[in-house]
Write a protein that binds this ligand. Structure first.
Ligand SMILES: *Cc1c(COP(=O)(O)O)cnc(C)c1O
Length: 540
């Protein structure tokens, strides 16, 4: 037992043991540091041996802390370093140190924010984050309610669940009846399907609305869809506005959607107000620009950057009109997984999810704050709230403005460089975000109006497929080179959109979301792509 006790944080003051804790962590950090090399990976990549993994059994004898830590480090061989300037694959940021400390302290002392009974002051952190986000979004702090949950998917789940209860009161008790639908754009995140499926609405009842070439929902088509649904006697569980689509940072016109909802409630005499949820898990952080003085431009952003930031602000400002908003701190909030918050404009909305305390006899004997009365989870980690608090404190509005402005500026630079190449088409030139989509063409293709022709001319079907294949090969080549430390790892999306004749169009994708990204790393992307083109030309 004495040996085992050493493997736990000590419940009594033990400075000597604390240094052992530090030492243990330090050794792990040292071993991880040894793995850094010229690639954006820790160590190198070998094929993953799932067959051996499936034969692991519980051993008879335990191991020492040191042995275990060594084992743990081994799982990081080949892991991507998200903050590395040569990693531009997805909206996965590096985490700030204070947010990691927040998570770690929570891991060491294990607050459970199901209730302040099990977390005491850590429960306050959740309330503080909700309040701070309310002020950021422009919600009334006296009215809001909110909570952390298990990812951006869960924030959508909460929004739609509350909307479902508004549309069909008592569904929690009596079950979901037929005839409920949700609306979201066809560029929205696939979690709309997860949510519809798991809530019992059925994925068939998750209706999508077309988007324009900027990835924004067509509000006219939404009107038609809503009127058809209402006319057919269906109820609307939720309208999801995507505020920053995952692949191209399209931002729906939330204000127009809320106006439309209000109008339809009036004209059709609806007995409930269809819930408007803003899936802002990717775009919420741009709210730090709500009050930015774009004329004085105190942070001195370049004109092209200013234009992009103002464009995003124009739409993001409307978040205060949504009934609920999803926020991922683990995306543009620079916090570790999982750090997702959903905020309701009217905190009373959470009562739709309430359980009676009598049904939970083991809980709520003390304390005042019991989010577990309405949360989906019972055990709720305190680390998310602490990590979010850490970054709100660390960055402040200005820090966020600086870092977002910096990576938006780099994205604009990347697009300028790509546009300057005759065989490359940037597909989202006007996007205000940090993801850049582009397509590369082989020698002999007139790229002048290729994009329009590919999207609209059904005689181009074969070409679209051929160039999809070509870009797929470019992506594979780039990936391989990056894994060898000879380039930047970017990614691809197999269908950034569909052509008018129903063919998916593949795009290469650079996602800039690290403060370590720099001019060199975006210039390298362009060089890599040109090298890839040449290599493919040699192969063909
Ligand atoms: C990432 C993302 C999600 C899913 O969020 P997770 O945190 O990965 O669960 C949902 N919607 C949008 C728009 C996203 O970008």
């Amino acid at each position: 037992m004495a040996g085992l006790r050493n493997a736990f944080p000590q419940p009594f003051s033990a400075a000597f043991h604390d240094s052992y804790v530090c030492h243990t962590v330090l050794r792990a950090l040292d071993s991880l540091d040894d793995l850094k090399n010229e690639t954006p990976l820790l160590g190198g990549r070998e094929p993953l041996d799932y067959d051996t993994a499936r034969t692991v059994t519980l051993r008879e004898e335990g191991a020492s802390v040191e042995e275990v830590v060594k084992d743990l480090v081994s799982f990081f061989h080949g892991m991507t370093i998200w903050g590395h300037p040569h990693t531009q694959q997805n909206v996965i940021p590096p985490s700030t140190l204070p947010s990691v400390v927040g998570m770690t302290l929570a891991h060491l002392y294990n607050p459970n924010i199901v209730s302040d009974e099990f977390s005491h002051r850590v429960a306050l952190a959740e309330v503080e984050v909700v309040a701070a986000c309310a002020s950021l979004l422009g919600y009334d702090q006296d009215e809001v309610g909110g909570l952390f949950s298990f990812g951006g998917t869960a924030t959508n789940l909460y929004g739609v669940k509350v909307g479902l209860e508004k549309a069909q009161p008592g569904a929690m008790q009596s079950g979901v009846r037929e005839g409920l639908v949700t609306f979201a754009s066809d560029s929205s995140h696939y979690c709309r399907l997860t949510v519809a499926g798991w809530l019992g609405l059925g994925t068939d009842n998750s209706i999508t609305i077309p988007t324009d070439d900027r990835g924004e929902m067509d509000v006219g088509a939404l009107r038609t869809g809503l009127e058809e649904a209402i006319g057919a006697g269906k109820k609307i569980a939720a309208i999801i506005c995507t505020m920053g689509t995952t692949d191209s940072f399209g931002i729906d016109d939330l204000e127009a959607v809320v106006d439309l909802r209000d109008e339809l409630v009036e004209t059709h005499g609806l007995q409930y107000k269809p819930h408007v949820h803003a899936d802002a898990v990717s775009g919420w952080a741009w709210a730090v620009f709500n009050d930015y003085d774009f004329e004085v431009n105190p942070l001195g952003f370049a004109a092209r950057t200013l234009r992009a930031l103002a464009g995003a602000r124009h739409r993001i400002k409307a978040l205060s009109l949504a009934d609920s908003v999803g926020i991922d701190f683990h995306k543009t909030g620079f916090a570790p997984y999982i750090c997702s918050l959903v905020v309701f404009k009217d905190g009373h909305d959470l009562q739709h999810l309430g359980r009676k305390p009598e049904t939970m006899p083991m809980l709520y004997q003390h304390g005042d704050y019991h989010p577990g009365l309405y949360t989906l989870e019972t055990s709720r980690m305190g680390g998310s709230a602490l990590a979010a608090i850490a970054n709100l404190r660390l960055l402040g509005r200005q820090g966020w403005q600086s870092v977002l402005g910096y990576i938006v500026d780099l994205s604009q630079h990347l697009r300028d460089l790509l546009e300057g190449q005759p065989h490359i088409r940037v597909l989202n030139r006007d996007s205000v975000g940090i993801v850049t989509l582009f397509r590369v063409y082989p020698e002999g293709v007139d790229t002048f109006d290729i994009e329009r022709r590919e999207l609209t001319d059904s005689a181009m079907r074969e070409e679209v497929r051929t160039y999809n294949e070509y870009n797929h090969r470019i992506a594979d080549y780039l990936h391989e080179r990056a894994m060898q430390g000879k380039g930047v790892a970017i990614s691809r999306t197999d269908a950034y959109r569909e052509t008018l004749f129903g063919e998916p169009v593949l795009a290469l994708k650079s996602y800039l979301v690290s403060p370590f990204d720099n001019e060199e790393s975006v210039e390298l992307v362009v060089r890599n792509v040109l090298e890839a083109r040449q290599a493919l030309a040699r192969e063909d």
